[in-house]
Ligand binder design. Structure first.
Ligand code: ATP
Length: 788
């Protein structure tokens, strides 16, 4: 809706006044910041002086120590003040560029006649008039600002501590202000969207993820501010904004609970370090510190270090995708993955833990040098004898205390023995006192090793305990009694053989890592992180019941937000069809589910095409942004020619101005081959192969396996080979869907041979078919390059 010149002028004046206020506050903040910095330096100097009183007498030193403590407390206080001044300056600087992005005029019900509606300007942070303390800009996360996201013109309401305030929105205006300059503004009657969203989505991705605060949609806003249950599950279609919601939700919670929650009390489990880098700019853009980020793999490696090497998730996926049924180890791993990631197996491990209370925990003898101090039998006797009435972790604690308590006696005895031997032996020279000292020292080294062994609970062996389940059929059947889904005996035998082979070679297959961790933590006592108040899991469909249970136990005081898309559950053989087990683990009454069906990433043409790949895909809706139809491109079977054709497609896209192009392959092995072929075929020099070791995100021109492209997006996507021989199995449907949904504006599905079967039912009006550049169509035989 266009805006009259008078209103335009008024907005320009309002912007100028706001900028003036921000400038004034920046100057003031700078002087406060300088003063506080000087104070910090002064107090540090003072502490330093006091600590250097080396030559002073004891009484003086004592007094000085008291002063140091006092001054340290003072220093901590001033430092906090300094940091908060800096944070305020950071926010003001962000606001200097974009002070606000929206305005609503709100008339409260029951307002006295003639009272003007309140003009609510909404920005990244709040800004108060320094003198009157009247709000000039409201933070987008404030309750009053939520109306901007939730309502169109007309009736509206917002929550306050005393209940809802009802009224009417008379105007809804959006601004694009960059570097303090008003570039664009328009009024909208309908949802935010439309014009501004078109504008935002139309921008092609050539960089990391951006914040979406200016155009958050009402259903997304609900997820961002959701607080009805401590556990929130967001199931959303590809491109529906789940990752964006996760990050804006962190910002919202940091604002709402700013007195009690800091950024480092929130933790995001992300799929891999490259993804962490991809999203790393969003919170700083919003003026907030980044939350902590980790991956489940990192945690597992940390906890299992010293025991066994956990196989990486991507190694597992690659093995499943590159192997074939019938090949050695494949079926056992596939069946093992399905069973070990199931809820049924969680129950088996729980039952096993009950059995272990009575018998079966594996112990390792405690060494004293090359000898044994306590053998397995003696340790088991303590665990299952003297301490049997306690919980297992308490038993271990008691055993630790008891064992450590025996060490002085051991030291004394051994030192005496050694001393006597030394006295007798001519090779030990020295006085009696010297020999006594030497023997003590020698013994001490050995007992120190014992102490560390005991403190680290190395006298139990969780790995052997876990292994036992696969080595002892009768034991497994006892643990599995009454649980569903027990594999057929033949299948179980194969699973056991494969598992034992792997464990004995020093690697825990990826599917064994969560059960192993769960067993280890349950026996030794959960090392919980009580300070973490909120855990966010992106790509939640990739976590098994075990992993959820581990996360629940590790963060007992934390709320949880899960964001996932069951249609992108691409780990082969991990059968995750719903989040029912999350509800079971946390309790239905603790859990809320929100569903998002609108997809914002891709053009309507791409969304219509990709949703047709899914049974039940009708529920997915496209945001109305138009582009080219996806193109199915028949490529030559001959590898060199095919690579040249794909180089041609890349050239076409780049000539068309596409800022980021991804050639997406099914596996890492296929990516490597495609990368080499493309290089040899003259691809641009900056073509980059993305591997799982990648820690920083770059997307200008990449070759990437689907499972690493997950969660990311590219202006253009070329599916390297969507042929029937590449995507053949039903379980690869989701993999293919994930690959195609990475495209924002252009999607080319290359294929050799026949098209895959997921494409068959897709209505032909949803895509176009074309011959590759320099390729004279299918009928010309497998690739005769035009003109060459
Ligand atoms: N309200 C919005 N305003 C502007 N852009 C949006 C909005 N919602 C989503 N987007 C954009 O849509 C794209 C997809 O968002 P995001 O990656 O968060 O989706 P997702 O659900 O996590 O996707 P996927 O599951 O496919 O990885 C991003 O470019 C994001 O910026």
């Amino acid at each position: 809706m266009s805006i009259n010149p008078e209103a335009q002028k008024a907005e320009e004046i309002r912007l100028a006044l706001t900028l003036r206020e921000i400038d004034a506050q920046l100057v003031k903040n700078q002087s406060v910041s300088d003063d506080r910095r000087d104070d910090v330096i002064d107090v540090r100097k003072m502490i330093w002086e006091e600590m250097r009183l080396d030559n002073a007498n004891w009484a003086f030193k004592f007094e000085a120590a008291g002063d140091v403590v006092m001054n340290s407390l003072e220093l901590a206080r001033i430092e906090r003040g300094y940091l908060s001044a800096q944070a305020a300056a950071r926010k003001l600087r962000l606001m200097r560029s974009t002070p606000y992005f929206a305005r609503i005029d709100f008339q409260e019900d029951g307002a006295p006649a003639g009272q003007e509606p309140e003009q609510i300007y909404i920005g990244l942070s709040s800004l108060l008039d320094d003198r009157t303390l009247e709000p000039i800009v409201y933070d987008w996360r404030s309750p009053i600002a939520s109306m901007y996201y939730d309502f169109t013109l007309g009736d509206a309401r917002y929550p306050t501590d005393e209940g809802h305030v009802d009224g009417e929105i008379l105007l809804k205006r959006q601004f694009k202000i960059v570097n303090g300059l008003l570039q664009l503004m328009f009024d909208s009657g309908i949802r935010i969207g439309d014009d501004m969203l078109q504008f935002m989505l139309g921008k092609s991705s050539d960089d990391k993820m951006k914040s979406i605060v200016t155009t958050i949609q009402s259903e997304q806003n609900q997820a961002i501010r959701y607080e009805e249950h401590p556990i929130l599950i967001v199931q959303g279609a590809a491109g529906s904004g789940k990752t964006s919601i996760a990050l804006q939700r962190v910002a919202y919670l940091l604002y709402k609970y700013r007195k009690s929650i800091q950024a480092d009390q929130m933790i995001l489990f992300s799929p891999n370090p490259m993804f962490s880098d991809y999203i790393s700019n969003v919170l700083p853009e919003l003026g907030e510190d980044n939350m902590r980020q980790t991956t489940f793999q990192d945690f597992a490696e940390h906890r299992l270090s010293g025991f066994i090497l956990p196989e990486d998730r991507y190694t597992q996926i690659e093995a499943m995708l590159t192997g074939n049924p019938g090949e050695p180890g494949y079926d056992a791993k596939a069946a093992g993955t399905a069973y070990k990631s199931s809820q049924a197996f969680l129950q088996v491990i729980r039952n096993y833990l009950v059995l272990l209370e009575e018998e079966g925990l594996a112990f390792d003898a405690i060494p004293y040098g090359a000898q044994v101090w306590k053998n397995e039998k003696a340790l088991a006797a303590l665990f299952y004898g003297d301490f049997r009435h306690h919980r297992m972790d308490v038993r271990l604690e008691r055993m630790g205390e008891l064992l450590l308590g025996e060490i002085p006696l051991l030291e004394e005895r051994q030192a005496r023995k050694l001393y006597k031997t030394m006295l007798r032996h001519p090779k030990y020279l020295g006085t009696e006192d010297e020999l006594k000292q030497q023997s003590k020292k020698h013994v001490h080294t050995k007992t120190n090793a014992i102490k560390s062994f005991v403190r680290r609970l190395q006298f139990i062996n969780p790995l052997r305990t876990y292994r036992q389940l696969f080595a002892d059929q009768e034991l497994f059947l006892r643990a599995a009694a009454g649980t569903p889904g027990i594999p057929e005996p033949e299948v179980w035998k194969d699973i056991c053989t494969y598992t034992l082979e792997q464990l004995d070679s020093g690697t825990a297959p990826h599917e064994d890592v969560p059960p192993l961790l769960y067993l280890l933590e349950s026996v030794t006592g959960w090392n919980s992180f009580n300070s973490i108040r909120h855990v966010i899991l992106d790509e939640a469909q990739d976590y098994s019941p075990f992993q959820y249970e581990i996360i629940r136990r590790l963060f007992p005081r934390s709320k949880l937000t899960l964001l996932g898309d069951l249609n992108q559950a691409i780990t082969p053989n991990m059968r995750i069809e719903s989040y029912g087990y999350v509800e079971e683990l946390y309790g239905k009454e603790q859990t809320g589910i929100l569903r998002l069906s609108k997809s914002y990433r891709s053009t309507s043409e791409i969304v219509e095409f990709t949703k047709a790949l899914l049974p039940g895909g009708e529920a997915i809706e496209a945001f109305s942004r138009s582009g080219e139809k996806p193109q199915l491109v028949k490529l030559a079977a001959e590898p060199e020619l095919k690579a040249r054709q794909v180089v041609g497609l890349i050239g076409k896209l780049r000539d068309g101005g596409s800022p980021s192009v991804a050639v997406i392959c099914r596996t890492a092995a296929e990516s490597q081959a495609a990368y080499e072929a493309l290089q040899a075929a003259g691809a641009p020099a900056h073509l980059h192969l993305v591997t799982r070791e990648e820690t920083s995100f770059r997307n200008t021109l990449v070759v990437i396996p689907v499972y690493l492209a997950k969660g990311l997006e590219f202006d253009s996507v070329i599916v390297w080979d969507g042929g029937a021989s590449v995507y053949g199995r039903e379980e690869e449907r989701k993999l293919f869907y994930t690959a195609c949904t990475r495209a924002m504006n252009t999607l080319y599905v290359g294929y050799t041979g026949e098209k895959n079967r997921f494409l068959e039912p897709v209505n032909h009006s949803l895509y176009e078919e074309q011959a590759a550049p320099g390729f004279v169509g299918e009928s010309a035989g497998a690739g005769t390059p035009a003109g060459g």
